[in-house]
Every structure is written in structure tokens, then in C-alpha cells.
Design a protein around this ligand. Structure first.
Ligand code: HEC
Length: 129
């Protein structure tokens, strides 16, 4: 038991410096908020939810992907109210690097910048009440 805990602590200590904040929990974030529709495999459900695996849009312009996730589109809800910048960055970084996708990470700062462009009432701290 002690040995196992030590091994876990060691693994965490070794892993920590190598990963950025945005990547921590990216998979967990995806599974919690996105996988119900897009599926854990990223394959989506044909005719209802688009596949994110091997999807040109997902691995394309990071700003466009971020804006889509923040603001929603078609049958997808907007995530800007429920998720903070870090959570959105983590989910997007995950979908851009999972299932064989190979695209650059999206940082919290990029999400914040994209969020600032959307309707003022949804920007954090901008609400009058
Ligand atoms: C309730 C179901 C649902 C959930 C949950 C959901 N999506 Fe979607 N998503 C959709 C649908 C439907 C579309 C297609 C929208 C359209 O008609 O253009 C979509 C489209 C997308 C696209 C654009 C794909 C493309 O090729 O244009 C991205 C990126 C995306 N979702 C990411 C996410 C992420 C990240 C999450 C979790 C934070 C998430 N989605 C959660 C239903 C969902």
C-alpha cells in the first residue's frame, strides 16, 4: 500500500513539470462535458453529432474552434457560461491531440481573448448586475 502510494506520488511528481495547466484533466473534461454527444472515441454519432477525430475543423484554426465551443453552433450548446477558460482550453487541447489528431494546444489566454470578442454580457466581470 505504502509502496503503491509512493509510486503514484512519484509518477505525479515526474509528470507535473512536463505538462501545462491546460492539458491537465483535458480528457476528464472532455468525458464530462463533450463525450455524451461526440462519444469518448471522438467518432460522434452519424447524422446527429459530428466526429471530432480526424476532423479538419477541429485541427484547423484554433480561434475558430474556440469560438465554436464558447458560443455553440446548431445543435451544440454554448459552453461559455458553464465552463471557465481553463476548462475550455483543456477540452479543446484534448480534442486537438487525441485519437491521432495532431494540432497545437489552445491556452487559457487564447480562450480569454476569444471570449472577450463575444457578447459583452457573457464576458466575465462585464455584467452590470
Ligand atoms: C448536446 C450535444 C453536444 C455536446 C455535449 C457537445 N457538442 Fe460539440 N457539437 C454538437 C453538434 C450537434 C455539433 C454540430 C453543430 C452544427 O450543426 O454545426 C457540434 C459541433 C462541434 C464542433 C465543430 C465540429 C465541426 O467539424 O464543425 C466542435 C469543435 C465541438 N462540437 C466541440 C465540442 C466540445 C469541445 C464539447 C465539450 C465542451 C462539445 N462539443 C460538446 C453537439 C454537442
Amino acid at each position: 500500500m505504502t509502496l503503491r502510494l509512493t509510486a503514484v506520488a512519484l509518477a505525479l511528481a515526474l509528470a507535473a513539470p512536463a505538462i501545462t495547466v491546460a492539458e491537465v484533466g483535458g480528457e476528464a473534461q472532455f468525458l464530462e462535458t463533450c463525450a455524451a454527444c461526440h462519444q469518448p472515441s471522438g467518432q460522434g454519432i452519424k447524422g446527429a453529432f459530428p466526429a471530432l477525430a480526424g476532423d479538419a475543423f477541429v485541427v484547423g484554426d484554433p480561434q475558430a474552434v474556440t469560438a465554436t465551443v464558447l458560443n455553440g453552433r446548431g445543435g451544440m450548446p454554448a459552453w461559455k457560461v458553464d465552463l471557465n477558460d481553463s476548462q475550455i482550453a483543456a477540452a479543446i487541447t484534448y480534442i486537438r491531440s487525441a485519437w491521432g489528431n495532431k494540432a497545437s494546444p489552445v491556452t487559457e489566454a487564447m480562450v480569454a481573448a476569444e471570449r472577450a470578442k463575444s457578447a459583452p454580457t457573457t464576458a466575465r466581470g462585464a455584467q452590470a448586475h
